[in-house]
Design a protein around this ligand. Structure first.
Ligand code: ADP
Ligand code: MG
Length: 504
């Protein structure tokens, strides 16, 4: 369910020498399907294995070997499609995309050009300023990944590692609905988040299991609205495709520099040539890789080794029934159930493991807002400093929940809680036990606090005079009492007694 109350962000505008220009971007995201075996063979997909150790005969393109579809890969594509609110095509088919490359021993890639498994869907991309953009998904198809050529191991020879050959990829093609570099990165981030929730792609960009081809064009203000109204692409500029980007930062830099290149060409009276380009981060420029005219003729045709892929609606329904709660729904629920701010809910749902941890703390501790505060500010801060993930947090959710419960019950002050957190984090002790053993229980006994207040007032007559003239100075007394009680006095009680006894 998309939240239509979000205003749409303004497109990125670049001022050329003559005019203002707007950016139009469409992404083809290649997401490695999270499965143990490849798309058409039983070989392992494990990353980082010894080169050429995870290669079945069919992956190596041995003559006479036949591909056999891996049902788990199909299920993951369907799951991803459902997560992107997309149409699932009960009949799809595989095509051969023919080209020669040393890391593609078959001489063709098996892909789905004409009949993809997933049709149209949409993704809501939200931004920190409260705006959001709905990006339409055109299609998702399944295809094989290629292997890896290695050119830097030997001065005279190149090597090829076929471990990745035949691993299943989902190509997620967006409509040209993305309007700036930040939006493009946020869109990829949202896809990654959804797929991690679904468990369909690890989304690790460094390992190359999430990569994007970025299509960029520029147009004059108003043209995009004309395109939207008519879906007529002639209102848009000619696009260039920047291949194989695997860093959020480079995606943004490449879009910016490519848009500026196109603007300069057009304002100079030239025309942008539709072509494939590569981004060079060292020089921060894009370079032509091949133009459309010299583009390969892939001579796609239906793969005769594979039957059309026919799946049952009941099977799809079964997958749909077992989908996990997705980020948008979880975020809305956190706001509604725990009273979180939009921002805190976004932070906590960014990662599914973080969200589960928070929910345990909130439920166990009995206070959602307090739990959010402790998870975001104390725990995440500490984990980040120690370069740890939530999975290896030295303090499990149940223990942080104890701390939240202790604060909520006024057993310990927020200040003492930080000490308890630190002890629990570094020693693995139970917060309840720390508080009991170390005598950290908050003093709420007003008699004891009153005595401390009296003592401080008696010892500081000059300060008392000043505070009576300027009530803001009462804070000094509160601080002194807290110090005298080793931080264990309940701050609210101290505050009330100080004001009372100073006659303020
Ligand atoms: P191809 O098969 O040549 O790659 P597609 O029609 O599949 O072409 O489009 C590829 C991508 O290019 C899609 O993500 C689409 O949104 C995007 N795209 C199409 N036209 C434009 C344009 N004028 N500006 C930016 N992106 C575009
Ligand atoms: Mg393409």
């Amino acid at each position: 369910m998309l939240d239509l109350n979000h205003p749409t962000p303004a497109p990125r505008v670049i001022s050329g020498a003559k005019h203002d220009w707007e950016l139009v971007i469409g992404l083809e995201v290649h997401a490695q399907v999270a499965t143990r075996a490849k798309l058409f063979s039983g070989a392992s997909t494990l990353f980082g294995a010894e080169p050429n150790s995870n290669v079945a005969f069919v992956d190596a393109g041995m003559p006479g070997m036949l591909p056999v579809i891996n049902e788990a890969c199909v299920a993951q594509a369907v799951r991803t499609g459902l997560g992107l609110k997309a149409a699932i095509n009960l009949t799809s088919a595989f095509d051969r995309k023919n080209y020669f490359y040393p890391d593609l021993p078959q001489g063709y890639q098996i892909s789905q050009l004409y009949h993809p498994i997933v049709g149209e869907g949409e993704v809501l991309v939200e931004f920190g300023d409260g705006t959001a953009r709905t990006v339409r998904i055109e299609r998702i198809h399944l295809e094989q990944d290629a292997g890896k050529s290695i050119h830097d191991m030997d001065p005279a020879m190149s090597f090829v590692d076929l471990n990745r050959t035949g691993v299943a990829l989902m190509e997620i093609v967006s409509r040209p609905d993305i309007r700036g570099p930040e939006e493009a990165a946020a869109y990829v981030g949202k896809l990654r988040q959804i797929m991690r929730y679904l468990g369909t792609c690890d989304g690790n960009m460094q390992n190359g299991n999430l990569r994007a081809d970025v299509n960029v064009s520029v147009c004059r203000p108003g043209d995009y609205e004309r395109y939207q109204a008519s879906q007529d692409f002639s209102h848009l500029g000619t696009r260039c495709e920047i291949k194989n980007m695997n860093s959020m930062r480079f995606i943004q830099m490449a879009i910016e520099v490519e848009a500026r290149r196109q603007i300069a060409i057009i304002e100079d009276g030239g025309a942008v040539v539709q072509e494939t380009r590569l981004y060079d981060p060292d020089k921060n420029e894009t370079r032509s890789m091949r133009s459309k005219e010299e583009a390969h003729d892939y001579r796609y045709f239906p793969d005769p080794d594979l039957l059309p892929l026919v799946i049952e609606q009941t099977w799809v329904d079964d997958i749909a029934a077992r989908l996990p709660e997705l980020p948008d729904a979880k975020k809305a629920r956190f706001i509604a159930d725990f009273g979180l701010s939009d921002y805190d809910a976004s932070v906590l749902t960014a990662d599914v493991a973080n969200a589960a941890y928070f929910e345990d703390v909130a439920k166990g501790g009995g206070d959602g807002k307090l739990a959010a505060n402790w998870v975001i500010n104390e725990l995440f801060g500490r984990l980040k400093k120690d370069d740890k993930d939530i999975g290896d947090s030295p303090i499990p959710a149940a223990r942080l929940a104890q701390i939240v419960a202790l604060i909520k019950a006024d057993t310990i002050s927020g200040k003492i809680a930080k000490d308890v957190f630190d002890i629990a984090y570094t020693t693995g002790r139970e917060p309840d036990e720390i508080v009991a053993t170390d005598g950290l229980t908050q003093v709420t006994d007003t008699g004891a606090i009153a005595a401390a207040v009296d003592e401080i007032i008696a010892a500081n007559p000059a300060q008392v005079e000043k505070a009576r003239g300027n009530p803001k100075l009462a804070g000094w007394f509160v601080g002194q009492v807290m110090k005298a009680t080793g931080g264990k006095a309940a701050p609210a009680a101290v505050n009330a007694l100080v004001m009372e006894k100073l006659g303020l």
